[in-house]
Design a protein around this ligand. Sequence first.
Ligand SMILES: Nc1ncnc2c1ncn2[C@@H]1O[C@H](COP(=O)(O)OP(=O)(O)O)[C@@H](O)[C@H]1O
Ligand SMILES: [Mg+2]
Length: 308
Amino acid sequence: MPQIWPIGGGKGGTGKSFVTGSLGILLAREGYRTLLVDLDLGAANLHTMIGAPSGEKSLSDFINKRVKSLNETIVDTPTPNLSLISGAMNNLDIANLAHEQKMKIMRDIAKLPYDYILLDLGAGTSFNTIDFFLISNTGIFVTMPEPTATENIYRLIRSVYFRKIRQVLNVHHFRSLAKEAEERNSKATVTNPDLLLHIISELDPEKGEMLEETLSAMEFSLLMNQHRKQDNSNIGEFICRIIENHLSLKMHFLGNVAFDDHVHHAICEKRPFLDLSPHCKTALDLKSCFKKMLSLNDISGTPSVTLA
Ligand SMILES: Nc1ncnc2c1ncn2[C@@H]1O[C@H](COP(=O)(O)OP(=O)(O)O)[C@@H](O)[C@H]1O
Ligand SMILES: [Mg+2]
């Protein structure tokens, strides 16, 4: 079964695709059979980051039933061991995905014969993005040291967390428990996850235990991209601790990745940055984040039970 790393971030332009492509190349160089899937709803451009041609085959072919299996949409890239499923060529194809279609894509992704599958997710907190995030118990959030980006990342992680709670307690059950919780304590705010968990455990110990188990299996990571010299180096770690405190969710800080104009240059050349500038600080930062992610991965990267 592949290890799946969904990679997302609340805001466009933080570097999700750049990080996805770079981590994919590092995995492939280690000899892992690696697949990248471009699931960005509005801006599928992962192929450019890894120097792969566009347009040959894409997720659109599968969504529109031009091919029978997801396998048929996979293309090779110039990096050995690295394959790609290009993003939907028509935004409407994926933006209008029916729930069943989305579940089928997720189930089929989890069955593909790779060691690692990385999902490049779109910005924002749409259900499509969040559900793809929940395909795995792990995931990487990419942000950058600007207030707009860090605020969005908190909102996204919170949405992912509550969506998971709703998946475990079916919607009706969740609503009635939430209502009961509010009635029990007029001051209770059920948007506080700790309190919610506590109240649910009191009302329905079995569900409470199940929920606690599911939530404690989730481990997310944060990567601070486009870090400039003048930026505080500790913001990423600080955000992780805030999230851990507010959501009781394990958050690992992978590290800072330096801003470097060579990234822009590599994208313009349509060549992988790690091939063009392998020794600069940004490349070393990426490798350090990669090693940390790999060391965490053994415990948390398998597809989550919700797909069973
Ligand atoms: N570490 C970095 N240093 C310099 N520029 C970067 C870095 N990471 C990303 N960028 C720039 O940000 C732009 C957006 O990156 P991209 O990966 O497409 O973001 P996203 O997928 O989150 O929308 C890139 O075109 C690139 O110019
Ligand atoms: Mg992108």
